[in-house]
Design a protein around this ligand. Structure first.
Ligand code: ADP
Ligand code: MG
Length: 718
């Protein structure tokens, strides 16, 4: 990643890295150095993302079993989890006539009675590994058999050696299918025994004393080998002091890196762009007045742009809050100062739509705007490249095509990224590279809960458009069970009969785009033959060529199609005010944030609009509870909070995309309080020692660079 550093930005920690590598190599060694890990195990571990010794040390148990009380079989309580030790006296398969399937049964005996074991799956595995005569330790829920007797179904089972200490709190790890929990435990313990002492204590002593944190290596040891007097409930809810220590350590360095980036950024030199006559003219020709929120956000933007440092501002605004026009105002300010603008959108559909929206306005203002997507033919493309390089094109709206070979700007002053969460960090960095420290304006319609914003955008300035243009009504949202399909269809019809238009959206049904295509295609065909036979039905999907998509969208916009069957390509940004109803198939497969985006496709005009969620669920399902959130609120921020809580941060945005160091232990939903504290502590530390030059900061720098592994530079554009 370091090749993306521009010469203007010196590596903040060159010497620190060298020191770190010299001091800490053992933890960075391949995991194969750990006792018991051969090439085969190393491969298996790699699939869990464990590559180094350190990775294995940070492979924290996800659960703990309380085996401090090994009970006699007689004392095992029905309906409760328990542990016992006994001798395996029988092991064999049996055909169950009633359910017509094979099962594996075992019998264990101690001096007080018998315990029966049952496996429905993996017979071979257990049969080969556990044989009559062995002393085994069992852990599981105890159930009463149909004909009496105590049973454990799919118990945790382990052979016990004579000398082994059996009474303890046992960590349970994530593992691959090829290894047993016991194997994973053995490997991790090997790493702990030989390497944990080398883990440097990262958090300054003064802070950890004040917050009551443990020594980092003690905390790791505690998590892998809890002492007998540990609080198992606290361990299982990740609330133990050891958890807090490891989580704080992780989040402290995250926030320290973020804060440092912010500070470095402020010092960089950039262009100073000031709004002038073009911006003024735009206000005159706009068919509406900007909302207060739009104006406030523009003030933030103009202030940043005027400053002689690069802007790094993220504009969050719910769907339909009017981000495009705000971006256009910013663009004109750049033009007013004699600079060019790049405006990047994630899909061709969206880039084209922006181009069409901005085109007429640009014509009125006599500003030249061009569209650059993958669809542009190569001859035309060459002409465009030349025009951009000569500065004849002032605003280039485009897709990824913008950052491909051959695009050179004469003087890029502002780079705008719409729906920025759809781009990877590298792509945003590449866009920035098209100029010399241009101002960056990032826009997103995915409202980010505060904890996540602190994490993802801790190094950005954030403005929120928290107001919709006047006259919008909330979209009436209803959840329909699969069995109520006809009813939902009738309601869609009702809208069509009033001259309105409708979307029917299909999710990515399976992994492959092909089947997604098939689902939407056959759906379109079926609907146009059956229920919606007397209406005109269009189809749009991601596999179509840009021109085809464009044509379909144009027809839908013109009202030639009344119903548009679509895959999620319509998700972002599409604006057709006469569409008043959207029916979403398999709504349970979408994230809430995505549903919210889709719902934002309607309710863009003055008429009452509807969103119907067709889903497969049982009343007890989490899916149903999730979908109820959509019915109950229209606030994108609340929906995002709920989504984050339901799905967890990884799925919510995908940490891989975000360019953040992956979290090893922290969970920003669960640990949001610790996150806030870590942020405050990091800020306070930097306030006293902004360059991390004091002796107490020395180690901080080395660890910091290690944790961020070169990503401090990149994180600033994302
Ligand atoms: P989003 O924030 O979702 O990208 P858009 O920029 O596409 O929203 O704007 C949605 C619609 O609202 C567009 O049709 C746009 O012309 C309109 N719009 C934007 N700002 C205003 C405003 N201040 N008053 C009225 N309509 C507006
Ligand atoms: Mg938009």
């Amino acid at each position: 990643m370091s090749e993306h550093r521009s010469p203007a930005q010196p590596d903040p920690f060159p010497t620190a890295v060298a020191t770190f590598r010299a001091v800490q190599p053992p933890l960075k060694k391949p995991v194969q150095f750990v006792k018991g890990v051969g090439p085969r195990r190393a491969q298996q571990l790699a699939r869990l993302g464990i590559a180094t010794v350190e990775d294995l040390l940070y492979h924290i148990p996800f659960r703990y079993q309380d085996r401090r009380q090994i009970k006699k079989i007689r004392d095992l309580a029905i309906g409760e989890e328990g542990a016992t030790v006994g001798q395996l006296v029988r092991m064999g398969r049996r055909f169950m006539t009633r359910s017509r399937r094979w099962v594996l049964e075992g019998v264990v005996r101690d001096e007080t009675g018998f315990l029966f074991l049952l496996w429905y799956h993996q017979h071979r595995y257990f049969e080969q590994r556990y044989r009559p005569g062995q002393r085994v330790l069992l852990y599981g829920k105890v159930e009463l058999g149909l004909k009496g007797g105590k049973w454990m179904i799919h118990p945790d089972i382990e052979v016990v050696e004579e000398e082994e200490e059996t009474a303890r709190i046992l960590p349970v790890y994530n593992k691959t299918t090829e290894m047993t929990v016991a194997t994973m435990r053995r490997l991790v313990h090997g790493a702990v025994t030989d390497y944990v002492a080398l883990v440097p204590n990262g958090v300054p002593a003064e802070i950890s004393a004040r917050l009551g944190l443990m020594d980092l290596k003690d905390a790791l040891r505690y998590l892998h080998m809890p002492p007998l007097d540990a609080d198992v409930a606290a361990l299982n809810s990740a609330a133990s002091p050891a958890h807090k220590t490891v989580v704080f350590d992780e989040l402290f360095y995250l926030q320290l890196g973020m804060a440092l980036r912010r500070r470095h950024l402020v010092k960089e030199e950039g262009v100073s762009l000031v709004p002038g006559p073009l911006v003024k003219r735009l206000y005159e020709v706009l068919p509406f007045r900007l909302t207060n929120a739009q104006e406030r956000v523009l003030e933030d933007i103009f202030r940043d742009m005027a400053a002689p440092h690069p802007m790094n501002r993220l504009v969050q605004g719910d769907v339909g809050s009017g981000k495009t026009i705000v971006a256009f105002c910013a663009a004109l300010a750049a033009l007013d100062s004699g600079y060019q603008v790049a405006f990047m959108a994630p899909t061709e559909l969206l880039a084209e739509q922006h181009f069409r929206t901005l085109g007429p306005l640009a014509d009125q203002l006599m500003v030249s705007v061009a569209l650059l997507t993958g669809e542009v033919k190569s001859r035309r493309k060459q002409e465009l490249y030349t025009a951009i390089a000569e500065g004849k094109v002032e605003i280039v709206v485009g897709t990824h095509a913008l950052i491909q070979e051959g695009v050179r700007f004469r003087r890029l002053g502002l780079a705008i990224v719409d729906e920025q969460h759809r781009f990877g960090v590298m792509q945003r960095a590449a866009l920035k590279k098209l100029g010399v420290n241009p101002d960056m304006l990032l826009m997103t319609a995915t409202p980010i809960p505060r904890t996540l914003a602190l994490t993802l955008y801790g190094d950005l300035d954030v403005s929120v458009i928290d107001e919709l243009p006047p006259g919008r009504k909330p979209v009436v949202t209803r959840v329909f069970h699969e069995g109520e399909r006809q009813k939902a269809y009738r309601l869609v019809k009702e809208q069509l009969d009033r001259g309105r238009q409708a979307y029917v959206v299909y999710p990515l049904v399976e992994e492959s785009e092909k089947s997604e295509l098939k689902a939407a295609t056959s759906m379109a065909r079926e609907l146009s033959r059956t229920f919606f036979a007397q209406y005109s039905v269009g189809l749009i999907h991601g596999r179509m060529k840009g021109e085809e998509k464009d044509e379909v969208m144009r027809r839908f916009k013109n009202g030639e199609y009344q119903l548009l069957v679509s895959t999620t390509v319509i998700e972002v940004g599409i604006d057709v005010p006469n569409a008043t109803v959207i029916l979403i198939e398999h709504a349970e497969r979408f994230g809430l944030a995505q549903l919210h985006q889709l719902r934002g496709r309607v309710g863009r005009g003055a008429a009452e609009s509807f969103c119907f969620l067709l889903a497969q669920y049982t009343p007890a399902d989490e899916a149903h509870r999730r979908l109820r959130v959509m019915v109950e609120t229209h606030d994108g921020f609340k929906i995002a909070e709920a989504d984050l809580a339901f799905r967890g941060p990884g799925e919510f945005l995908g940490t891989r995309q975000s360019g953040l160091p992956d979290f090893r232990v922290a969970n920003i939903v669960r640990d949001s309080r610790i996150l806030e504290i870590a942020r405050a502590e990091a800020e306070a530390w930097l306030a006293r020692d902004p360059e991390l030059t004091s002796p107490a900061s020395r180690r901080l720098r080395t660890i910091l660079e290690d944790r961020w592994a070169g990503r401090l530079e990149l994180a600033r554009v994302g």
